[in-house]
Design a binder for this molecule. Structure first.
Ligand SMILES: CC(C)(COP(=O)(O)OP(=O)(O)OC[C@H]1O[C@@H](n2cnc3c(N)ncnc32)[C@H](O)[C@@H]1OP(=O)(O)O)[C@@H](O)C(=O)NCCC(=O)NCCS
Length: 262
């Protein structure tokens, strides 16, 4: 890796290169979607991506040569973004993956628009797991996508001086995982009856007055689905499916904090 690393946004002329990188066997090996899609479909997707002000794509250049790309797509909830990245074929193992992840997560675009970053890696994708750990991502349980077992990773973009208090109504077995992810991310605190956000999980019920609270229900029987959201301050289309309970709780906390501050 040289000393002249530069991060820049995707531009129209990157379309073919990003397609070629995406369909290279080195990248395909680790994609949840293993289908090779036609180039004209990619062109259309790429043009739509560039036009969309809520999507962010970056290229890392080393001495003027493109060596890696990363993109941030809106995740399930407002203020949460999902990351995909790849280094150019033949360029892996030189630190470019870690550098683009670091630089892009620190970029003004991401710091302005995101409260929480989410990533998913295949269980045996050790190089990608290494770069997420190195860049401070927190391991947040596992999940499944297209039949592949995956690990989930989270990175809060800001540290919150006043984490959001949430009252959880959940089985004790789930509380342990919830408390772990809250203390690792600092996104929320397990609050008491005075908390203005109530999160019900499974079949939990309450007889307290919920009229003025944000009331959320996560159905965690088979998958993790948000199926009820009362007084959620942003636009939300129910149901919302998450890859596991930890990413659901973290996204809800991050999203509510983000919506309160913007
Ligand atoms: C994952 C990826 C982005 C990493 O980029 P990279 O530039 O190769 O990463 P880095 O050089 O910064 O670091 C890779 C680390 O993995 C290590 N590594 C490489 N192969 C490994 C293996 N088989 N087992 C364990 N560690 C391995 C490297 O030694 C290095 O660790 P080190 O710095 O401690 O030595 C790149 O390999 C890639 O594009 N993969 C295909 C697409 C992909 O998997 N994307 C991630 C899913 S979102």
């Amino acid at each position: 890796m040289g000393n002249d690393l530069k991060l820049r946004r995707w531009r129209e002329s990157d379309c073919r290169m990003i397609y070629d990188w995406r369909i290279s066997p080195e990248t395909m090996r680790w994609c949840f979607d293993q289908q090779i899609f036609p180039y004209d479909g990619h062109e259309c997707w790429f043009a739509g991506f560039l036009k969309n002000s809520r999507r962010f794509g970056f290229i890392l250049e080393d001495d003027g040569q493109p060596v890696a790309q990363i993109r941030f797509d809106p995740a399930e909830l407002t203020g949460c973004y999902r990351i995909s990245l790849a280094v150019a074929p033949g360029r892996s193992g030189h630190g470019y993956g870690s550098s683009i992840l670091h630089l892009a997560c620190q970029s003004s675009e991401i710091r302005r628009n995101a409260a929480l970053l989410v990533a998913e890696t295949m269980l045996d994708n050790l190089p990608s797991q290494k770069i997420f750990v190195r860049n401070g991502f927190i391991q947040a349980g596992s999940g499944e996508s297209a039949g592949f077992k995956m690990l989930c990773w989270l990175l809060p973009v800001h540290s919150f001086a006043h984490p959001l208090p949430i009252q959880f109504f959940a089985e004790p077995a789930w509380m342990e995982d919830i408390e772990k992810i809250l203390s690792a991310t600092g996104l929320a605190l397990a609050g008491d009856a005075t908390a203005q956000v109530k999160l019900f999980m499974g079949a939990a019920v309450s007889d307290s007055d919920l009229v003025s609270s944000v009331v959320l229900h996560l159905n965690v029987n088979h998958t993790t689905v948000l199926d009820l959201a009362l007084r959620y301050p942003g636009q939300i289309e129910l149901p919302v499916e998450f890859c596991n309970m930890q990413t659901a709780v973290a996204q809800l906390a991050a999203s509510l904090s983000f919506l309160q501050t913007c």
